[in-house]
Design a protein around this ligand. Structure first.
Ligand SMILES: Nc1ncnc2c1ncn2[C@@H]1O[C@H](COP(=O)(O)OP(=O)(O)OP(=O)(O)O)[C@@H](O)[C@H]1O
Length: 676
């Protein structure tokens, strides 16, 4: 019997190699294949020349009016030109770098040309010659990899659809489909792969988005329920026990920090593992909250780890914790990819025996050779820098480890609830007192002199300066020249009296750490750097942040960078240097100059990014989807969440007849792909 959950290897023409190629795309089963939808459509429908708008991609049908000519520019580039007669009109068509088409284009022959039209000059830039037997109309374009072509994938979907169309079952329960007027899955699949028109695509997309979000939410909710049923060894340290430690801090916790500490302590007491996301604006004091959670764990005779995204941060955390815990029964070790083999070999048995009770490090922490002793807590700093699988591996290092994830990239509240539904969320929405808001100024690149004068004044007041240069060029060599040039500018201006350091990704880790340490100890007064310093670095004597080509950074990232200053009591400054080339760039500069509020900036960042900006979305830490966009489609996401919560609130939901297909769908998914 055919089933939609058949592995793709069961399909005709799918051997081991093709299976691997599909697996790379996340396609394991027939279901995955049929719900692997195009991300856009090319319109190969033949159009009327006189109803087009400028730069539209269209297919024209016409006759080749002359023999094509080809001009070569250098070895690789060329331009093929011919005239296409469409009705009474003659359209010049150019193809770039497709000189080989010349053979196919015989004068007098009828062809279909797909390309971009310029209505002002009535010319076309060709993209493709469509063979007469080829299907016209809307054609889906799929994300593919090197092992499989568009055509191969399209053909495979086509034959699989004809074979399996009758066994496509709806996993969304009927009642819900009716309530929200969702299309049957079979229709969605048909419309999205083989649409007759734009309306079919729109109709099907609405349901496809819901389906995708709904499955995602079902997985979140079931993971949450499962966690709440998993027993763990409770960590019963109470706030009174922690009080002596809190008393000897040089400051009082803010009300927000106290609230979050209470939430975490309560989680540790509970009989099931914690999975909490701690969101706090830059400099809001997340580290001390994590430290308190770590101490609570250690005082209950359990081990804790702190996982950081970079070596610099791991080292900084290890040093910071060592200082904080000077009078506590805490034995800390730093374990990173950089740790020498002999040191590592000495550490591992001490970690395994529990002698070391706090381990700080990077990815090296979840290698299989690292064995823990009653791991009670894993703190994951900058959680979105780690993949799903890595977070899971860390969690699975103990029988039921409590997980505290931290992020300084605030996500608007509604969105974080829906996108991180399986976690409990704590927010530190208050900065420690006594901080003066950072003053931000935006200047143009022809005003560097005024920036240098300002920097000089601050240096004379014994302040330290960060200078950040983005990686913008395609080639590393050019990027290196950018940082190097800037470094030299500052050297020339200040080297007589002050010391300038240079930090970039190509330095060895030991060198990076040395530069960082020198800056921290004020051996260096100016630090010129790429974004290596982006997160978490804490040097309270630094009061000026200069950012070159600031419009090349996303807003969230600018806010992060700026957050490196303003951490002490002195007035701090951020100078943005940018000549934005478009409206979005200008808008970004205006937003960041006007606001210091991370949540507001995060909201604006998401708005300005627009739906197509996948990379930006990944940086924002949100999960990525195939059809749905968690920002633009947040309403659908939120409905999907409500529906999933209603279903899973009934502990017996998998036994209800109407949920059978859903239960099967979820268990297949969970077996095939890792999650959360
Ligand atoms: N309640 C407080 N009162 C005064 N200073 C505080 C308080 N809490 C933390 N700090 C100090 O504020 C600085 C910033 O704290 P921390 O590094 O924990 O911020 P963060 O939230 O981790 O920010 P980032 O994401 O930028 O790293 C540190 O120097 C810390 O010692």
């Amino acid at each position: 019997m055919q089933s939609i959950d058949d592995p793709v290897a069961a399909l005709k023409g799918v051997g081991p190699k093709r299976s691997m190629a599909l697996r790379d795309l996340g396609i394991m089963t027939v279901f995955d294949l049929l719900t692997y939808y195009p991300f856009r459509y090319d319109d190969f429908k033949i159009q009327n020349l006189h109803q087009l708008h400028d730069q539209q991609s269209v297919t024209l049908k016409g006759t080749i009016a002359n023999s094509p000519t080809v001009n070569y520019f250098g070895k690789r580039r060329n331009r093929l030109l011919f005239r296409l007669q469409v009705g009474k009109d003659i359209i010049p068509v150019s193809f770039f770098n497709q000189a080989w088409l010349k053979k196919q284009l015989q004068p007098g022959a009828e062809v279909l040309v797909y390309g971009k039209i310029n209505t002002a000059r009535m010319t076309m830039t060709g993209m493709k010659i469509i063979q007469p037997q080829q299907q016209t109309g809307l054609q889906g374009i799929y994300p593919v990899n090197r092992q499989i072509t568009q055509k191969q994938l399209r053909d495979l979907i086509q034959t699989t659809y004809s074979e399996y169309r009758n066994v496509i079952v709806d996993f969304v329960p009927t009642k819900i489909r009716e309530k929200y007027r969702l299309e049957p899955l079979a229709t969605v699949i048909k419309y999205l792969h083989f649409p007759k028109n734009e309306i079919e695509i729109q109709t099907a997309r609405r349901t496809a988005k819901f389906d995708e979000f709904f499955l995602f939410q079902m997985r979140l909710q079931t993971a949450k329920h499962h966690r709440k049923q998993t027993p763990k060894a409770q960590i019963m340290t109470d706030k009174l026990t922690l009080q002596p430690f809190l008393n000897q801090l040089p400051y009082q916790l803010t009300a927000a920090q106290q609230r979050v500490v209470s939430e975490i302590v309560a989680d540790l007491h509970r009989p099931f593992p914690m999975n909490r996301l701690l969101q706090g604006d830059v400099g809001s004091g997340k580290t001390i909250v994590a430290a308190i959670a770590i101490l609570a764990t250690v005082l209950a005779h359990k081990q804790a780890v702190l996982l950081a995204p970079t070596e610099i941060l791991a080292e900084q955390h290890a040093n910071g914790l060592a200082q904080l815990f000077a009078n506590q029964p805490v034995r800390i070790a730093l374990l990173t990819g950089d740790t020498a083999r002999t040191a590592r070999n000495q550490l591992l048995p001490r970690i395994k025996s529990g002698e070391i009770n706090v381990i700080v490090g990077t990815h090296a922490l979840f290698q299989p050779t690292v064995k823990y002793h009653e791991l009670g807590l894993a703190v994951i700093d900058e959680q979105h820098r780690f993949g799903v699988n890595q977070r899971r591996e860390m969690r699975e290092k103990g029988p039921a480890t409590n997980v505290l994830s931290m992020t300084a990239t605030p996500i608007p509240r509604t969105l974080s609830i829906t996108a991180y539904g399986e976690m409990d969320i704590s927010v530190i929405d208050e900065l420690p007192g006594g901080r003066k808001p950072i003053k931000t100024t935006w200047i143009r690149s022809n005003q560097l002199d005024s920036m240098l004068r300002f920097v000089k004044k601050k240096l004379q007041q014994n302040q330290q300066i960060y200078v950040v240069v983005p990686l913008i060029a395609e080639s590393e060599a050019v990027d290196m020249r950018n940082v190097q040039d800037t470094y030299e500018t500052f050297q020339r201006a200040f080297a007589d009296e002050y010391r300038v350091g240079l930090l970039h990704g190509q330095l060895k880790d030991a060198e990076k750490n040395q530069v960082m340490a020198d800056f921290k100890n004020n051996q260096l007064q100016i630090l010129v750097s790429t974004t290596v310093i982006e997160v978490g670095v804490d040097v309270s004597n630094a009061s000026v942040m200069v950012i070159f080509d600031a419009d090349h950074f996303g807003l969230a990232q600018l806010h992060q960078l700026r957050g490196r200053v303003g951490r002490g009591s002195q007035q701090s400054y951020c100078i943005l240097i940018a000549d934005p080339k478009n409206k979005v760039g200008t808008e970004r500069m205006n937003v960041i100059s006007a606001s210091n509020d991370g949540f507001f900036i995060a909201q604006k960042d998401l708005e300005l990014r627009g739906p197509g900006d996948l990379l930006g979305k990944q940086q924002s830490g949100l999960p990525t989807f195939q059809v749905g966009d968690p920002i633009a489609d947040v309403k659908i996401l939120s409905v999907a969440q409500t529906v999933a919560a209603q279903i899973t609130d009934d502990q017996q939901w998998t036994r209800q007849p109407e949920n059978q297909h859903l239960a099967t769908r979820l268990s297949t998914l969970n077996n095939n792909t890792a999650f959360d």
